[in-house]
Design a binder for this molecule. Structure first.
Ligand SMILES: Cc1cc2nc3c(=O)[nH]c(=O)nc-3n(C[C@H](O)[C@H](O)[C@H](O)COP(=O)(O)OP(=O)(O)OC[C@H]3O[C@@H](n4cnc5c(N)ncnc54)[C@H](O)[C@@H]3O)c2cc1C
Length: 383
């Protein structure tokens, strides 16, 4: 198949960023096609928060951004200020997904079911008539004089703009295998090397044998590079058969990866008053098991205000394909959603349109409107 038509936007990847981008484009009336490598959209979303999907946090923008560290916060600021965690919550509620907040400020769907999030997106895309192409890994994106040719093995599409939302490289079975980074690299973008972020630590000691299967809710970890203290994390510590996991460790491994520490040292206190556990040789679990990929398309090659490539005009990036990663707690999904919206807003602008949220009419209001229309018709019939 070869479609002669040119669409305004091809979105590559139906994960968190791609689904949000397609909904926003659809609601704005911006013609777009969403192309997904797997047989279904949102495979990684389904795994999020142990199947409960921690969508975002209760935090305000500045506190949210500061959790990423200065460099990432600067890049994400325009996107997060334009779509704050609070606006994100309203966005989901207006589209029929009730939410709930835990005591520590994490926000989940009220049902605590990740499939409800994916269904919300796919139902909305169907209602908006956004074409969705599954089982279709994009093989190449070729810039042309007036846009791009985007090729899947069975067909090619012409697009004025392309948004790459292909994710990181962890949990490759969910479809995120690094295609977007590879295509960006071929087009001349710089790539930051991949490192596992938010992952467990391999560690075998008599202490672990004694405590295997135990978890500690109030653990803390201090991360050192030589004698220099790099950061502190706190939260749940889980003692696994292979080593240590839980939020306190996941967030510590992300800090280690982000700071590119060659020989990090960790000091872990399992609970207040406990003797610290010292880990001199940090060995993380493999990248494929990480919740987030540190590394990806270099942020220097992408505009923070529009997500447009500085190397290939008309090409945009959103989500984890970029060198963006946050701690656990809804930060990564929020960043994926917000950067996707920035890209769509900018693309709509180049097409002479204004991106707009158009939530569906709530059923009660719709019913009232229908009732009033029926009354009006009856009155007219009576004369
Ligand atoms: C186990 C686990 C739990 C997590 N829990 C949370 C959580 O609770 N809260 C949170 O904020 N974050 C969480 N994360 C992180 C979060 O899931 C990711 O940061 C987020 O999904 C990134 O969104 P994305 O759209 O950039 O990429 P993805 O969601 O990975 O989507 C990328 C999509 O692109 C498709 N694709 C790839 N290549 C191609 C191609 N060539 N052609 C077409 N399509 C392609 C893929 O198939 C995939 O569907 C978790 C991650 C994991 C692994």
């Amino acid at each position: 198949m070869n479609t002669g038509e040119t669409t305004s936007l091809v979105i590559v990847g139906g994960g968190a960023a791609g689904l949000m981008a397609a909904c926003y484009a659809g609601e704005s009336g911006l013609p777009c096609v969403l192309i997904e490598r797997k047989h279904r959209v949102g495979s990684k979303l389904l795994m999020c928060g142990n199947g409960r999907c921690n969508l975002t946090t209760h935090l305000r923008s500045e506190a949210f951004l500061s959790a990423f560290g200065d460099e990432l916060a600067d890049f994400l600021r325009p996107s997060i200020e334009a779509f704050t965690p609070h606006e994100l919550q309203s966005w989901f509620k207006q589209r029929g997904l009730p939410l709930m907040q835990t005591r520590d400020g994490k926000v989940f769907p009220k049902s605590e079911r990740a499939p409800d999030v994916v269904h919300m997106f796919s139902d909305r895309l169907r209602d908006l008539g956004v074409p969705l192409c599954l089982n279709a890994p994009i093989k190449s994106i070729v810039p042309k004089k007036d846009g791009f040719t985007v090729s899947v093995s069975a067909f090619t599409l012409k697009a004025a703009n392309v948004l790459v939302a292909t994710g990181g490289v962890s949990y490759p079975k969910t479809g995120s295998v690094g295609d977007g980074q590879k295509m960006a690299g071929e087009l001349g973008h710089r790539l930051q090397p991949y490192r596992p972020g938010l992952v467990g630590l391999e560690w075998k000691t008599p202490w672990l044998m004694e405590n295997s299967g135990a978890s500690f809710k109030e653990a803390t970890a201090v991360i050192y590079d030589g004698q220099t203290r790099i950061g502190t994390t706190s939260g749940l510590l889980e003692c696994e058969r292979w080593g240590l996991g839980g939020g306190v460790i996941s967030n510590a491994t992300r800090l280690v990866a982000r700071a590119n520490i060659k020989s990090p040292r960790l000091e872990i206190v399992p609970h207040p008053g406990a003797k610290p556990l010292l880990i001199d040789k940090v060995k993380t679990r493999p990248l494929k098991e990480a919740m987030v990929t540190v590394g990806g398309v270099d942020l220097g090659d992408v505009s923070a205000k529009s997500m447009e490539s500085r190397v290939t005009p008309g090409l945009y990036f959103a989500g984890e394909v970029l060198d963006i990663d946050g701690p656990t707690g809804g930060y990564n999904l929020t960043a994926a959603f917000a950067t996707a919206r920035t890209a769509v807003r900018a693309i709509a602008g180049t097409e002479g349109m204004e991106a707009k949220d158009r939530p569906p009419t709530p059923p009660r209001r719709k019913a009232r409107k229908n009732m009033r229309a029926a009354q009006y018709r009856r009155r007219r019939r009576k004369g």
